[in-house]
Ligand binder design. Sequence first.
Ligand SMILES: *[C@@H]1O[C@H](CO)[C@@H](O)[C@H](O)[C@H]1NC(C)=O
Ligand SMILES: [Zn+2]
Length: 330
Amino acid sequence: MFSPAQTIRAILAPVLLTSLLFPSLYQPFLDSTWSTLRYSSFYNWSTFETIWTVFCYAAIEVSMTIVFLRHPEWRLSPSPSSKARAKPKGMRRPSRRIGEILLYIAPLLTMDLTMIKKFADVPLADILSSGNYDAHALLAPPDDHVLLAANASLPSKSFLLPTLHNFTASSPLQLVRALPPDAPSSRRLATELMASFLIYDTLFFAFHLSLHQIRPLRRWHAPHHSHDTGIHPQVTNQLSVFERLGLVLLANFSLNIIGSHVLTRTLFVPVFVWLLVEIHSGMDLPWGYDKVLPQGWAGGARTHMKHHAGGGGGLEPFFCWWDRLWEVCR
Ligand SMILES: *[C@@H]1O[C@H](CO)[C@@H](O)[C@H](O)[C@H]1NC(C)=O
Ligand SMILES: [Zn+2]
């Protein structure tokens, strides 16, 4: 008999290996998926990733909450047996959480609607036109009846330098994002996904460590640690605006720094949100990712629960090598 985690591993490991070793197996599927997405208007919206993230978060957090309520026996800090199935104090109904959603999306939508999206492998001309710039004039050779100055003011292609939309009466908002013409290979997808998680895990460890160690920063992290005994899935998003923005921007940076394909970004979101909710679930799930990954790689829900219970460690979100190093060094 296989355990649930072994079953998941038996499915995921061959998929990962074949996508790395035999990308041609997956290419027809990726090509057709990409050509569908590339021509779908929703996927071209500048706000797509914000909407996609909220959707994934809602779907995953609600599912995890249902598991939490149905399986008191998996909880890491069990409630007294008489009210084992009870909701933990502090858990809120969806209707009470509109404010939380607005607080999450307001800063992101503001960025989506004012700044040009710059993704890897997108021709500069497409990036410029998506931001309502006259790509033809800007990119023309200087002697081609265009002012020499035009080239000098070319918006930077680097994702590190934000470029505002060229606001005009007919185009008052950045509504679209320019997409790369070609689908990625499965090898690229898998490599970029793994690399972005390793990078994010390292960056967030450093960020989280500073939130705990640097006194003036502590109050930004306090909302995340103010909950009643035990944690539950909803604690995932109990974050100050500062911390939440830091989290999103670090994830964005981890994807950008390696020049991820837009499709990698789209797949990153559900996996990322899943792991975040899982480590805050307050449950030792039989199919927890810490049991799917090789032993000793993952931090997992138990380690993060200890962090929330006030113990040491558990600063690293997904893996555990930085935590171990920190414990040894301090
Ligand atoms: C994420 O990165 C892209 C690519 O550089 C950028 O265009 C976008 O505005 C960023 N989004 C957020 C929410 O930071
Ligand atoms: Zn913390």
